[in-house]
Design a binder for this molecule. Sequence first.
Ligand code: ARG
Ligand code: ZN
Length: 869
Amino acid sequence: SPIRLNDYQPPTHLIDQVALTFRLDPQATRVLSEIRFRPNSARPGRHDLRLDGENLTLIVAAVDGHPVTATPDATGLTLPAAMLPDGPFTFTAEVEIAPAANTALEGLYMSNGMYCTQCEAEGFRKITFYPDRPDVMAPFRVRIESDLPVLLSNGNPLGQGEGWAEWHDPWPKPAYLFALVAGDLLAHSAAFTTASGRAVALNIWVRHGDEGRCAYAMDSLIRSMRWDETAYGREYDLDVFNIVAVDDFNMGAMENKGLNIFNSKYVLALPETATDDDFGRIEAIIAHEYFHNWTGNRITCRDWFQLCLKEGLTVFRDQQFTGDMRSHAVKRIEDVLTLRARQFREDGGPLAHPVRPDRYVEINNFYTATVYEKGAEVIGMLKRLVGDADYARALDLYFTRHDGEAATIEDWLAVFQDTTGRDLSQFKRWYTEAGTPRLTVTEDWQADTGLFTLTFAQHNPPTPGQPEKGAKVIPIALGLLNPNGDEVMPTTMLAMTAMTQSFAFQSTADGWQQVVAEGPDRVPGAVSTRPIASILRGFSAPVLLERDTSPEERAFLLAHDTDPFNKWEAGRALAKDVLARMITAGATPGPDWLDALARVAVDDSLDPAFRALALRLPGEDDMAQTLHAAGHVPDPARIHAARRAMGDAVARRLAPHLPGLFDALAEPGPFTPEARAAGRRALRLAALGYLSRVDGGARAEAAFRQADNMTEEVGALACLLDIGRGQAELAAFESRWGADRLVMDKWFTLQLLHAAPEATAQAVERLTAHPAFDMKNPNRFRAVIGALPGNHAGFHHASGDCYRLLADWLLKLDPLNPQTAARMSTAFDSWSRYDADRQGMIRDQLRRILAVPGLSRDLGEMAGRMLGD
Ligand code: ARG
Ligand code: ZN
């Protein structure tokens, strides 16, 4: 039965101090705890104390030295009020756990002989009995006893000796931020001095052999620490900051106080082993986890319904950081591509939920694109509506008012209301109502009065449990261009608050301005050229904009828009229109679109990274989503064939330019991971992809042989696989990189993504039978099974074989690692887009999953929600 936001009750008891001792052993680790409790005055009267605890063997427990007789149940231990003192008391316990048997990778577990923890959201209860909820915050002292050379926990080191180490974290924190690591590790170290002069020792801890792969992560950390000081006035607050790279990890990384634990994929990088995208993700995730120190740790969440309070804000902050480090335009386009691919998909299907959900069965199922990415969009909208200066003032107030607290979305909105005097009650719907608003726009031009009017209408479609919704506050960034392509009204923020709303504009001596249509500020003497509107610049709100625009107007915006996002968006919309007509009507791409694309490809005044994005064709899943939204039933095979035909047409049109482009973009000198060089490589590889379709792969073969970095090695290999070649190169790649787990993940994924639709099921069978396939390693499982929906035509092949294979693998993984199984099951969430046969086959698999006895709560909740239960 679900947990509900409305049932929130403050904790009965608070904690003043926690002391933990770990006697590490793979099969029988002992955890001794000493917890100073006191009754919470917010809950008057006497209460039982409920302690969470799962899979713990209780050895002994006592209250103020008196043995506890109560026995634990499956989820914890209740200390009856009658046995608790009226005032403060000390609870002590000793429990036994088996980290080596922990395949769920939640709580204390082992990875390659090293001990590590993952406690968010509710993993601490697998370590010891504790009120495992984020609104119970306490300072922790930790003693670790083990023969392993490196013993780490949160906070500052207190001391260490032969076989032991002690740590003290002075900052009160919830249990989900607890961490412990023990292993035979090496550090890549550096030093940092904060703006106010605190010396901080920085260490990235890795297994032997990986110490040479940490430089980029360390550089990213130092830039993140400096950026948070200058952009948000936030300094680091301990003497050490440790990061540990772990090979077996269910997610990207975790912001444990002073001891971030990372999936090694997001730490380790060398030019030979990591692609430009890997470098970019490392920089972003290092920053994200670091930024959590203030948005997440110093100010945490009252309960898990408030997850977006820390995640949405921290994603927003890491996006700002990446924009500052690289390119705001490119970052925005990439973020919108992900938002549409993942969050719009979620919002449009059976898993749709509000940015702040109001119920859950398993909280791990709510670390979603909606909470993270839409959560960040909501903050971006708030900033656009109040302006940069008020955003900065509101954030300062947030940090002073709530430091050391576990806060809510209401608290967050209140700092904006108190700073600006605005009423944000309508804006709050973005947090409480699911679904992607559809925004339609119609234009009106009065040549006699020179009045240009845009009328917007919003439609908020129903989502599970939310049939009806109110009007959203939608910030619409608008610019106007004249027919010569000059910008005549710079970006202006319109705030739409009604279901339909008009905004009027007129030309004045100072250019175009917004006017109150019938009001006194109408300016006489309007000129009579109709402007061209650039709407939703920078993707100013996460909506589906529906606009009846001619291809000519889109081509005009592609050529002239001064807003880089909308420039790209115009090209994207053109490409999607062309592809949609190819799919639904058998059309062929016309010369106008091909010419427009060619002009962008060779325009050296544009950032190569931008040009690479413009040359990327819409994805097949994206087209399925778009066609479905337009009332069609997408046919995966037709989409696949049409997209290939489109790629061939582009290749033929660009053919004369491609060799020159490819050669001119070669980077002289040694590899550098920064954005400029990465952008050039991205465009060069885009050119190579099209070139391979006309030269039979000759240049890609040479590029693969000559590559001195992973970006070009794997990029050239992908070009070859794309044209049905590359078998020899795959073998060479495997023999070269067979011993490198992270690089081999790419080898697995590439083959799956490039398998022909009718051969995808065989590819899954072949790759999962490969001796290096290891379902217990989440990266490897994701590299194959997680990549499956990325091969849209293969996954949705009419045979249904891949549906069955996916369900088989989810059921195999579920008993070992329910979190990752549940996450991978979302591949099925788009079933309602497709024809009756496919719908039936997917639903059959979901029903088959649900019927399995002993299914995890994680996978059970997901399958049930996808079926609409
Ligand atoms: N807080 C971590 C981050 O965003 C992610 C933790 C994910 N936890 C989970 N149970 N899925 O950086
Ligand atoms: Zn996060």
